[in-house]
Design a protein around this ligand. Structure first.
Ligand code: CTP
Length: 426
C-alpha cells in the first residue's frame, strides 16, 4: 500500500504521519479503513479520513487533535470522534468494534472488538479493508473478504447473507456505490437485496437513517441514475406505494441538472442551493397532498425542507400557466415568485423549461426585481404622520409595485406616490 500512500496530498500525509506518532506513543494500533481506503485504491480524491483504533478511539482522537491543533467532537456513546481542520479536511476516528443485531433492522448492540471483527461488521467488501498507519509496518493491505479484487472488478458484495436484514439502509448504499462507481451488484448480493426490498425491510429501518441515505443518493453526481436504478429494483415503494419514477419525472430530473448549473453559474453568491431537495420535490410531485404529507412526516424532514416541498407541489400547477403568458407585469411576476425559495424557483424553471416567457420572467426576477429597494423608509412614513403598524407594509408594497412597473423611479416620485396613497386611503 506504500505506493498509494505516497501519492496522497502533503497535508493528508502529514495527518497520517502524526496519527502514526500517536499510535506509537499510546501503543494503540491504528488503521486507515472504510471509504477513505477504498477511494485511495481507486484513485478517487477523498478528504474524509477514516481511522479505526484498537484501544480507545477517543483517547487517540484527543491526542491527535492536540498535535493537529484541530477542533474535536466526541461521541462518547459510540466511542468515536471527529476532528475538523481549517482546510475542510475531516478525520473520523473510531474504536474498533463488533456489532450484534438483536433482530431484523434493529440498531446493533455494540462492544469493542478486534480489527477483524470491525471489518466483519461492515457493509460491503470494498469498504471492509484496512491498512496499518504505523510507519514501521510494511503497511500491507488487510483484506479478509477480497475487497481489493471486487474493487478492481467493479463488484458490490455484502459480507454475509443477513447483511440487508441487519441493516436495510445497505440496500440504498449498495445502489449508491454501484451507480457512483459504475460497478455491478454481484448476483447473490442482488438476489438478497431484491428479497429484502420485497419483504419491505426499508420500512422497518429507522426512518431517519433511510432518509439520510436517500438524501446521500440525491446528492450524488447523477441523481437520475441513482433513483432510476433504485426504482427499477422496487426500492422506492418504501416512500409510497403510489410513487413512480416515470418518463416525465426522469425528463424533469434532466432539466433540473441543467437549471442547477445555470443557477450556480449566475447566482452562486446568493446562497448554496439544497440541490437534493429540488430532485426530491420533483420525485414526490406526482403524489397527492395527503400522500405527500405522509412521506415527509414519516421521514422526519426539517420544517423548512417540508415547507419548500409542500409549497412547490401545491403551487406549481397554478404558477406554470400563469407565468407562461406573454406580457405579464413585473409587479405580478414579483408577487408570484417572491414567496418561493430558490429551490422552488429552480424547479419551476426546470418544469417550465419549454416556455421562453417563464424562463425570462424568472431571470428578470432574480436579476432585477428581487434586488429592487425603495429609497423611502419607515422614517419617511413617520415624518408624514403615519404611526408604525401593518399600514407601513401595505404602503411599501404599493410603492414597490409601482417601482417594479416603472411608474416611479426617484425618491421624490416615491414620496409623491405615498402622499397620494395616504390621501386616497383616508
Ligand atoms: N458502514 C457500514 N454500514 C453502514 C454505514 C457505514 O458498514 N450502514 C461502514 C463502511 O465500512 C463505510 C464506513 O462505515 O465505509 C464509513 O461510512 P460512511 O462515511 O457512511 O461511508 P463511506 O464509505 O465513507 O462513503 P462515502 O464515500 O459516501 O462517504
Amino acid at each position: 500500500m506504500k505506493k498509494y500512500l505516497e501519492k496522497l496530498p502533503q497535508e493528508l500525509k502529514r495527518i497520517i504521519g502524526l496519527a502514526a506518532e500517536v499510535s506509537e506513543e499510546t501503543a494503540m494500533p491504528a488503521y486507515l479503513v472504510g471509504g477513505f481506503l477504498r477511494d485511495l485504491i481507486l484513485g478517487v480524491a477523498n478528504f474524509d479520513l477514516d481511522i479505526a483504533v484498537e484501544g480507545s478511539g477517543i483517547i487517540f482522537a484527543q491526542k491527535l487533535a492536540k498535535k493537529l491543533k484541530s477542533g474535536i467532537r466526541i461521541h462518547e456513546r459510540f466511542g468515536t470522534a471527529t476532528l475538523t481542520l481549517d482546510n475542510c479536511l475531516k478525520v473520523d476516528i473510531a474504536t474498533t468494534r463488533k456489532e450484534k443485531y438483536p433482530s431484523c433492522a434493529c440498531l446493533p448492540v455494540v462492544s469493542s472488538g478486534s480489527l477483524k471483527e470491525d471489518l466483519m461488521r461492515r457493509d460491503f467488501t470494498i469498504n471492509a479493508m484496512a491498512v496499518s498507519i504505523a510507519e514501521g509496518d510494511k503497511q500491507e493491505l488487510i483484506d479478509p473478504f477480497g475487497g481489493k479484487d471486487d474493487l478492481t472488478s467493479g463488484r458490490i458484495r455484502i459480507l454475509h447473507d443477513l447483511s440487508f436484514k441487519d441493516d436495510p439502509t445497505r440496500i440504498l448504499r449498495a445502489v449508491r456505490f454501484e451507480q457512483r462507481f459504475d460497478f455491478k451488484i454481484e448476483p447473490k448480493t442482488l438476489a438478497l437485496l431484491k428479497e429484502a426490498v420485497g419483504a419491505g425491510l426499508l420500512n422497518k429501518a429507522h426512518a431517519h437513517r433511510t432518509r439520510d441515505d436517500l438524501i446521500l443518493m440525491l446528492k450524488e453526481k447523477d441523481p437520475l441514475k441513482q433513483i432510476k436504478r433504485l426504482g427499477d429494483l422496487g426500492g422506492l415503494s418504501f416512500l409510497s406505494d403510489k410513487l413512480k419514477f416515470g418518463k416525465s419525472t426522469q425528463d424533469l430530473f434532466k432539466a433540473i441538472d441543467k437549471e442547477i448549473c445555470w443557477f450556480a453559474k449566475n447566482y452562486s453568491a446568493r446562497r448554496q442551493l439544497d440541490a437534493w431537495l429540488i430532485y426530491f420535490t420533483a420525485l414526490l410531485k406526482p403524489l397527492s397532498l395527503a400522500q405527500l404529507k405522509l412521506v415527509t412526516g414519516k421521514l422526519g424532514l426539517r420544517k423548512g425542507e417540508e415547507k419548500r416541498i409542500i409549497s412547490y407541489c401545491q403551487e406549481s400547477h397554478k404558477l406554470i400557466p400563469l407565468l407562461s403568458k406573454k406580457g405579464i407585469r413585473p409587479s405580478r411576476i414579483f408577487s408570484l415568485l417572491e414567496p418561493l425559495s430558490y429551490e422552488e424557483i429552480v424547479l419551476l424553471r426546470s418544469a417550465g423549461c419549454q416556455n421562453k416567457y417563464l424562463k425570462e420572467y424568472i431571470t428578470d426576477f432574480l436579476e432585477i426585481y428581487n434586488g429592487m429597494r425603495l429609497y423611502v423608509s419607515g422614517h419617511d412614513l413617520h415624518g408624514l404622520g403615519i404611526l408604525p403598524g401593518p399600514r407601513y407594509q401595505r404602503i411599501f408594497a404599493q410603492v414597490l409595485a409601482a417601482k417594479l412597473n416603472g411608474r416611479v423611479k426617484t425618491r421624490r416620485q416615491e414620496l409623491a406616490l405615498i402622499k397620494r396613497l395616504i390621501k386616497t386611503q383616508h
